[in-house]
Design a protein around this ligand. Structure first.
Ligand code: PLP
Length: 401
């Protein structure tokens, strides 16, 4: 089935060639259905939420809160109260660092992350550690790009308070065994945050099954607009969280003497939120549900295997990330060429790929490389696009000599 017709941008030409969009791990394209829903909000019921008795405000509030329920169901949360709207994955991690970890961790406590984390799951913890005197511990990976579980277990001690781990590596595609990680964490009484930025668009993520404490993702990677994201907080954790920001909507009652706070999730959504973003995210979830996340997963797995085989057959190419359990991301380098040059030439063929360190510089250091070229698929990509990419890549290699 041709899903590309749902995405207006995929009909465009780039540098005189039909666009081939292989940069989905950076951000996904948006279907007409999502674009129209945002348009409809601004044209027909633009209004602030939770504030007005008037018709428009009630409509906006209903759609806004309706999106929260859609997300609750999509990720299997027990209650829509466990869904907090954020700006994105980075914002969600920073909220947990400030709002939960800063009050729950003490000097000498430890947070475990892995070598493959995105900067947004490294730097907030570094800032926190500096502030409170906690320690960041790095769980190592093997050359295939998989966590070494025996080493991970050996790093856990009674000082470990939080494990913060990506579900899927944006650079390697590795799918981490988050359910096992949570089980190990529970045996040791530590909490777990899952960075689901790269898993949520690609396969079923169920917080009840994973049983994590926190989970974050960005709307823009799952066909919704930029500037909107989700922080899932297990209900038990709320009493340990202080407000992140103060302002409208997060309060119950304000006086100069004493302010009382609203209940979660609104306690953590200060100020006028990104209403159109929430509308768009709700529509994106509808869109994904209509196709079916399992179908999306199967389509992408097929593309991953097809492309991996073709890339491996090209001389001098090395793929980084050969995990047994992998999502639709392929990072590679071609001996002797800078990934930037490959990316620039492919752009001339109308192919959008990502080059550089992918916000995972410590991972680049692990492989002792400055960066990689990365292609990443969404379900709307096609095998004929991969064929064209392989032909263009071979041409680029010849051009670079
Ligand atoms: N974590 C992972 C694994 C990512 O791939 C990304 C974005 O590429 C992020 C976090 C940060 O997401 P955002 O920039 O949407 O906050």
């Amino acid at each position: 089935m041709d899903f590309q017709k749902d995405f207006p941008i995929l009909k465009s030409n780039v540098n005189g060639k039909p666009l081939i969009y292989f940069d989905n791990a950076a951000t996904s394209q948006k279907p007409k259905y999502v674009i129209n829903s945002i348009n409809n909000y601004y044209q027909n019921y633009n209004s602030n939420v939770h504030r007005g008795v008037h018709e428009l405000s009630q409509k906006a509030t209903n759609v806004y809160e309706g999106s929260r329920v859609k997300i609750q169901n999509f990720i299997g949360a027990k209650s829509s109260k466990e869904i907090i709207f954020t700006k994105g994955t980075t914002d969600g991690i920073n909220i947990i660092a400030s709002s939960w970890a800063e009050t729950q961790l003490n000097q000498g406590d430890e947070i475990i992350i892995t070598t493959m984390e995105h900067h947004s799951n490294i730097v907030p913890w570094q800032i926190l550690c500096e502030k409170i005197g906690a320690k960041l511990i790095i769980s190592p990976i093997n050359k295939k790009g998989e966590m070494i579980m025996s080493e991970f277990k050996s790093l856990i001690s009674n000082k470990t308070k939080l494990i913060s781990i990506s579900h899927v590596s944006n650079t390697l595609g590795t799918i981490n065994p988050v359910k096992d990680i949570v089980e190990i964490a529970k045996e040791n009484n530590c909490k777990v945050l899952i960075d689901a930025a790269q898993s949520i668009p690609h396969f079923k993520v169920d917080v009840s099954k994973i049983d994590c404490d926190f989970l974050v993702f960005s709307g823009h990677k799952i066909f919704a607009p930029t500037g909107i994201g989700v922080l899932y907080v297990k209900n038990d954790r709320f009493q340990e969280m202080k407000p992140y920001q103060g302002g409208g909507d997060m309060i119950k009652d304000v006086s100069f003497e004493k302010t009382t706070y609203n209940d979660p999730p609104h306690k953590f959504e200060a100020g006028t939120p990104n209403i159109s973003g929430v509308v768009g995210l709700g529509s994106a979830i509808d869109y994904v549900n209509k196709i079916g996340i399992d179908k999306i997963s199967n389509l992408e797995n097929d593309l991953l295997h097809y492309a991996t085989e073709k890339i491996e057959s090209i001389n001098k190419i090395k793929i980084f990330g050969n995990a047994e359990n992998k999502a639709s991301v392929i990072s590679f380098n071609i001996n002797g060429f800078h990934p930037f040059d490959i990316g620039t030439l492919l752009d001339q063929f109308g192919i959008a790929i990502r080059t550089g360190h992918h916000c995972t510089q410590p991972l680049m250091n692990f492989y002792n490389i400055p960066g990689t070229a990365r292609i990443s698929f969404a379900f709307y990509n096609q095998k004929k696009e991969i064929d064209y990419f392989i032909d263009s890549l071979k041409k680029a290699i010849l051009m670079l000599g």
